[in-house]
Write a protein that binds this ligand. Sequence first.
Ligand code: ADP
Length: 424
Amino acid sequence: MSEEQLSILLVDDDEVDRLTVGRALKKAGVTVKLAEAENGAEALSLLKNWKNNLVDVSKTNLFSDPVAHTTCDLDLILLDYRLPDIDGLQLIADIRALNLNLPLIVLTGQGDEKIAVEIMKAGAADYLAKSRIEPNTLAKAINGAIRIHQAEQAAELANQRLRVTNELLVIKNQELEKQQQQIKRQNIQLQKAYNLKSEFLATMSHELRTPMNAIMGFSQLLLRQYPDPLSAQQQNLVQRIFNNSKSLLDMINEMLDFSKIEAGKLKPIPQKFDLSNLINSSVEELRSLAVQKQLDLGTQIELKDSCLFQDFHFVKRTLINLISNAIKFTESGAVTVRAWEIEQTQIAIAVCDTGIGIAPQDRDKIFEAFRQADQSFTRHHSGTGLGLAITQSLVRMMGGEISLQSELGSGSTFTVKIPRRYDA
Ligand code: ADP
């Protein structure tokens, strides 16, 4: 039995029996504060009073104050089944109706044991025949009833906590579901906007190409100076119209290619070709740009076998983009195109320059569409910012990868590694 003092309400009309219970408890060493009632009415009134002084459990926070509803000064009711004013089962029901949540042991007289089942069904924790009230049996019954009651209370508390946690989880889940739905809706809207943008890009680029070609064609006609010659100034102006139209057309073509890649309309068509020849012809195509800037444009081709089975146009586009960037971003020094075999099946092509270089924080972002290391409106170099995004997509479509080594102020090297044979 625990050392702490127990508070027990003893309801019995027989004073001798009450004394016997008191003595038995004392003998068993139970420290007890015994409240006594002689009949049912008195017991109910005592209990009602006691209940009114109780902490209101419903208003306490189950998590911050878990002991609140166990702090009461009554631990158990010992109830004589036969009382002068009320039937035992009725009294048990009335006590239960008070919702006191207390263990109750019924003391039965001779012959009352027959209704033991009813007593337990009515909600008593235990019953004891008065004839068998001995210190040990009584203490055991009280101890057992309180322990079971405490265990039930703890289980109920845990259950209540679980219910609260569950409700919180359900609410959280509903919130998450709502958010998910919202994200889905936003995604659909984003996708629509994205598709619209790609469509717009494709249509605009396509529509712009026709007048640009006309402008270029007509300025070329004028430059032929036939049948009427042009003055030197006129010639210079028409040449500028032609040059500007050409760079505008290059940009338009870039946008068109980009929108095709985005729409998944561009697929590699492999064919057999000679990489050394392709590198040399690409370099020659761009030589005039390098000459204008007095740059040394050269190649270092160290291929044992320069035959590739890849998309010719993809490789050419990659070379042209990287070499023209290298020339564009280099003011003095050299641009070199290298090619070698990493292994029999893997080819590497590197475009090295001695130009302005790229800062570490810009090295990833320059591969994104419309991104440039210098995003300011006052930048020196024109361009759409699509070249590297297109190049990276083309290289990936060929089954390869592109990487960059660079040092700000010293130069950059873009290295492309592709399989010798395209494998769909
Ligand atoms: P664009 O050349 O039209 O700006 P790109 O996608 O080809 O677009 O290049 C993106 C950016 O990457 C460039 O604006 C430039 O800042 C940087 N860049 C590309 N190549 C080089 C290079 N060889 N040296 C220095 N910066 C480069």
